[in-house]
Design a protein around this ligand. Structure first.
Ligand code: ADP
Ligand code: MG
Length: 337
């Protein structure tokens, strides 16, 4: 047997298998980078549900020429600098593998500038820089990902229909805009506008843009602070239900996450107000000390682990019940007879 160390380009391609499952994963990683770069405006343009092309443009802080090249190296990040940072992650990214992974399985172009009069343009093919030049110096970053999975035919073959892939992208854009009401999002598919948000910071307005005015009108604001958590968001009155859990969006410190247990706690908060098989529309953000949540569970960072999970679920369930009590949908407890 002969052992060899695989080169970085191959290692990136292997890592891409975990990070870049489908076009929507690319959109997620690029937008999260734009958010981490403090953008107040993010525009997404996709062709053929992203299988042909994905473009994300932002007005964030941009990168210098050297950083623009370094950004595509494996495990290259500006977001954590030491081991202990891993336990208090405050940015959406931190693993430093998204750009390297995406670039390994596509033809990518990047234009970036810090607004200091200089701009960088790079072309990267299958993970290798194939061309470089100066670009205009509009502050921000523009990344174009063409021909995703062109060099991983097995993955490409696995892609579903345009309709399904676009569904994943739309779902993701909805959640990202719901988690970041202060950012103006624009999304275009094959030249047609998918949606746009105003970026005023008003979450109810984004709910209205995403789910429609009639749903937004039926939302109740909820707010609860405990020692460890600050719970904020909107829950739909029980008369507004859906046939799937997909309309329950949960965020931790502004990061959209998927958690069966969190949705379960929310649904328990509705108590008997929901009929079996029906689910509510909920948008909930929970702020907590980053020490209390481990986001380093999976490369896609969609799942997290809570160190005070029981306390969290009890607080959420209680916050929802109280909100309904206040509008008299659940009778007061009979403690004070
Ligand atoms: P991570 O987000 O985990 O740090 P990425 O591979 O996604 O890793 O990005 C690598 C680095 O490139 C980031 O840490 C950041 O410094 C830089 N970067 C990526 N996208 C942008 C952007 N849109 N604007 C400014 N900097 C960016
Ligand atoms: Mg990232």
């Amino acid at each position: 047997m002969e052992i060899w160390q695989i080169p970085d380009t191959l290692a990136n391609k292997i890592a891409a298998g975990e990070v870049v499952e489908r076009p929507a994963s690319v959109v997620k990683e690029l937008i999260e980078n734009s958010i981490d770069a403090n953008s107040s405006w993010i525009r997404v343009e996709v062709e053929e549900a992203g299988l042909q092309s994905i473009k994300v443009v932002d007005n964030g802080r941009g990168m210098s020429e050297t950083d623009a090249e370094k950004a595509f190296l494996r495990h290259a990040t500006s977001k954590i600098t030491q081991e202990s940072d891993l336990f208090r992650v405050t940015t959406l990214g931190f693993r430093g593998e998204a750009l390297a992974s995406i670039a390994a399985v596509s033809r990518l172009k990047i234009k970036t500038s810090q607004g200091d009069g200089a701009g960088t343009w790079l072309s990267i093919e299958g993970g290798e820089i194939s061309d470089r030049s100066k670009s205009d110096a509009r502050q921000g970053t523009e990344i174009i990902v063409d021909d995703l999975f062109y060099n991983t035919p097995a993955r490409l073959k696995y892609m579903k229909t345009i309709h399904t892939e676009l569904g994943h992208i739309t779902d993701l854009l909805n959640r990202l805009s719901l988690s970041h009401p202060g950012i103006r999002f624009e999304a275009v598919h094959n030249g047609n506008q998918l949606f746009a948000t105003a970026g005023t910071g008003d979450r109810l307005q984004v709910i209205s843009q995403v789910y429609g005015m009639s749903v937004a009108r039926k939302m109740i604001p909820i707010h609860r602070d405990t020692l460890d958590f600050s719970i904020n968001g909107y829950i739909a009155k029980p008369e507004v239900t859906r046939a799937s859990r997909n309309y329950v969006s949960t965020m931790i410190n502004g990061r959209y996450i998927r958690s069966m247990q969190l949705s379960q706690a929310i649904i328990k908060g509705y108590h008997t107000l929901l009929t079996v098989g029906r689910y509510p529309v909920v948008v909930l953000n929970i702020d907590m000390d980053p020490v209390l949540v481990d986001v380093n569970v999976h490369p896609t960072k969609l799942e997290v682990r809570f160190s005070k999970d029981k306390e969290l679920f009890t607080a959420i369930e209680g916050a929802i019940r109280d909100a309904f009590r206040q509008i008299s949908l659940i009778p007061e407890m009979e403690e004070e007879q």
